[in-house]
Design a protein around this ligand. Sequence first.
Ligand SMILES: C[S@@+](CC[C@H](N)C(=O)[O-])C[C@H]1O[C@@H](n2cnc3c(N)ncnc32)[C@H](O)[C@@H]1O
Length: 263
Amino acid sequence: MSAVTGEPTIGDVFGEMIRDAYAVATGIGPRPLAGGRLPRPVIEIIERDDGLVNGAPAAHYLDPPQAWPPHDHRAVDRVRGRTLDVGVGAGRIALHLQERGTPVTGLDTSAGALRVCRHRGVRDLVLGTVDEHVVDGRRYDTFLLLGNNLGLIEGRERAPGFLAALAALARPGARIIAHGTDPYGTRDPVHTGYHELNRRRGRLGGQLRLRLRYRELGTEWFDYLVCSVDELAELIHGSAWRLVDVDDADRPYYLATLELTGA
Ligand SMILES: C[S@@+](CC[C@H](N)C(=O)[O-])C[C@H]1O[C@@H](n2cnc3c(N)ncnc32)[C@H](O)[C@@H]1O
């Protein structure tokens, strides 16, 4: 037994959580039980570096299209050609695209999430980051960053590298369709105070420093960006991408469409 430190063991938090959510939803695999008998809810725990803790049921990662928010439908309506679903999660979007005949690859850093995707029928899966995928030589017409995964752009330091990796994976005329959230509509002092703290330490207001927890496991701390459209436009400036459309019908959520320049 390892020493009791109060710190989580670093592991595949998302994968373990999705495996359990899948078991609850389908009965496939060992179901998480309370007291060995009763179904235990599967909750995604997100810790922010100011001490804020948030918990949300993980079941929505498995949702069928009928249960999706409207902007997810508008996102998949924009998909054209060979598509990379970046941070495919439990495969809800990739499965839908596959069923309608769109060639789709699911990319994720979570081996456990990819196992669930495979079990659900997603055929083409890659373990890794966009940077790691460049050397595989595959190229795409559409990149999806859904489920708030515009966050993977992280902030000012990571954005150029992330956008360059996507450009290296892109065919001429390729597009990125990204789901983001404008964080600045809130008046909650816990959040406005955090935005202020971030700006004081030279970060974008919504540049969240997070770690995920599930049972005894945790991730390392990582940055995940929640930004306004103006901040996104600033981050894209000087990259190979230009912002061609913003759909903010479901504010504070928005869908940003970026197009490869020189097409
Ligand atoms: C918020 S979930 C979104 C899942 C899915 N897109 C959806 O809409 O249901 C984030 C996903 O991104 C994956 N992820 C996190 N960091 C990643 C990275 N650097 N590259 C690829 N995937 C990553 C996580 O493992 C997780 O599956």
